[in-house]
Design a protein around this ligand. Structure first.
Ligand SMILES: [Zn+2]
Length: 273
């Protein structure tokens, strides 16, 4: 997450379960998460390629992997067609800031994104899922803004919801209120309650993420995160390293996210507007 904070810093930043087993889509395993998270590349120049290989390993053919090549930013997108062309966008940014490895922010989100793709690609989904790894979120939500700009006006209403994943490995999922629609927050909260847990809503000064780009165009959106309240000590800093991630927690966050996407899929497209 980038922060628009006026404070002194260079370290501008942020920003930015125990779940019941999901009965539908095929789940990845915690062991798979460990190896995928450990493959993080700490150089921004290598990261788009790592995202591509993750999706390829999960069954995306080269022809399915689409580079949205805007003038100064690239996103990687994969579509899983559903019974209708009503669309759910699932996203996470792959870029990092100059400090640290970007393992937390946001390779953890990318691993969740790719595993959600893996779990849903062979399902009979009602809606079409578009999985997108965004570039240059840290420079001001650039990749997501360009993607949204490229959606033809007539197609906007077909975009039912956007679910964004940014920074995990500490706590159970929570929603970033200022980048999330109340309707999607409520859906997540109700699901958490049914699973015997809770989904908190948080706000950190200036914290935003890619879901905001979709909200601006009237597409209901939510940002989910798994940071804890000490995020200022590691995010956008040298301490954004693999060794500081609780990978089991990332896996739990993914399990909930999978169930959440299935709920959105079975909802009416206009339900969150
Ligand atoms: Zn981030």
């Amino acid at each position: 997450m980038p922060l628009r904070h006026s404070a002194v810093l260079l370290f501008v930043f942020l920003a930015s379960s125990c779940w019941l087993p999901f009965q539908g889509a095929k789940q990845s395993s915690p062991a798979e998460f460990v190896s995928q998270i450990k493959r993080v590349k700490c150089d921004n120049r290598d990261r788009l390629e790592s995202v591509r290989s993750l999706f390829s390993e999960f069954g995306a053919d080269p022809g399915d992997l689409e580079i949205e090549d805007f003038e100064y930013v690239k996103n990687l997108a994969v579509t899983v067609p559903g019974e209708t062309d009503e669309t759910i966008v699932v996203g996470a940014h792959y870029d990092k800031t100059t400090l640290g490895c970007g393992a937390i922010d946001n390779w953890t989100g990318i691993v969740i994104l790719a595993n959600l793709y893996k779990s849903l690609k062979d399902q009979r989904n009602k809606k079409t899922f578009r999985f997108v790894a965004f570039g240059d979120e840290e420079k001001g939500l650039v990749g997501s803004r360009e993607m949204v700009r490229a959606i033809p006006k007539g197609r906007l209403a077909k975009h039912c919801a956007m679910v964004n994943f940014d920074s995990f490995g500490f706590e159970d999922l929570w929603a970033l209120q200022r980048a999330s629609d109340a309707s999607l927050i409520n859906l997540a909260k109700n699901l958490a309650i049914r699973n015997g847990t809770a989904l908190p809503v948080k706000n950190y000064s200036g914290a935003v993420s890619d879901s905001r780009s979709f909200q601006i165009k009237g597409i209901p959106a939510i940002t989910l995160s798994g940071l804890d309240d000490n995020w200022r000590s590691y995010l956008h800093q040298e301490k954004d390293q693999l060794s500081n991630i609780n990978i089991e927690k990332v896996f739990e966050n993914y399990v909930f996210a999978l169930e959440y996407l299935e709920e959105i899929d079975s909802s009416r497209c206009d339900e969150f507007r």
